[in-house]
Ligand binder design. Structure first.
Ligand code: AMP
Length: 127
């Protein structure tokens, strides 16, 4: 574990992982938890959150392959359990300009309706 890992002070998702702030747990593993998003953008909107604090995908290092694989395994488990395995999206935002509002790595698992293109905006205009 490097110095960025473990628990970060004033981190919402670290507090949910620790049980200090409630979250609707959908599934969990040794590496990550899956909680329902508090402001869902689709009928199924679950967040896969690694237990260790990592800022975003941009902060991952080569040895984090196991963490990533465990997050995707949990996303797959969520998709099966939620009945959306026939089609869903796993996405992650990086930095404020990339739309990230909680700076603890998480993967959105979205499904349960027909999803549009990844971003329907033009090169200059936001969707
Ligand atoms: P992002 O904007 O990609 O960083 O995603 C953060 C997500 O966390 C948003 O979709 C929020 O709706 C969600 N969120 C914020 N607070 C909570 C909370 N207490 N429990 C569950 N989801 C939350």
């Amino acid at each position: 574990m490097n110095e960025e890992r473990g628990v970060a002070a004033d981190c919402l998702f670290c507090s949910i992982v620790a049980g200090d702030i409630p979250g609707e747990l959908v599934a969990s593993s040794d590496v990550a938890i899956a909680i329902r998003d508090i402001a869902p953008r689709a009928p199924v909107h679950v967040l896969v959150v690694p237990r260790d604090h990592v800022g975003s995908v941009h902060d991952l290092k080569d040895p984090d392959a196991g963490l990533l694989s465990a997050c995707f395994a949990l996303a797959r488990e969520v998709a099966e359990a939620e009945g959306i395995a026939d089609g869903y999206r796993v996405t992650t935002n990086i930095g404020e300009r990339g739309g990230q509002s909680v700076h603890h790595l998480h993967f959105h698992v979205l499904g349960g309706r027909q999803l549009g293109h990844i971003d329907s905006g033009s090169p200059e205009q936001p969707a």
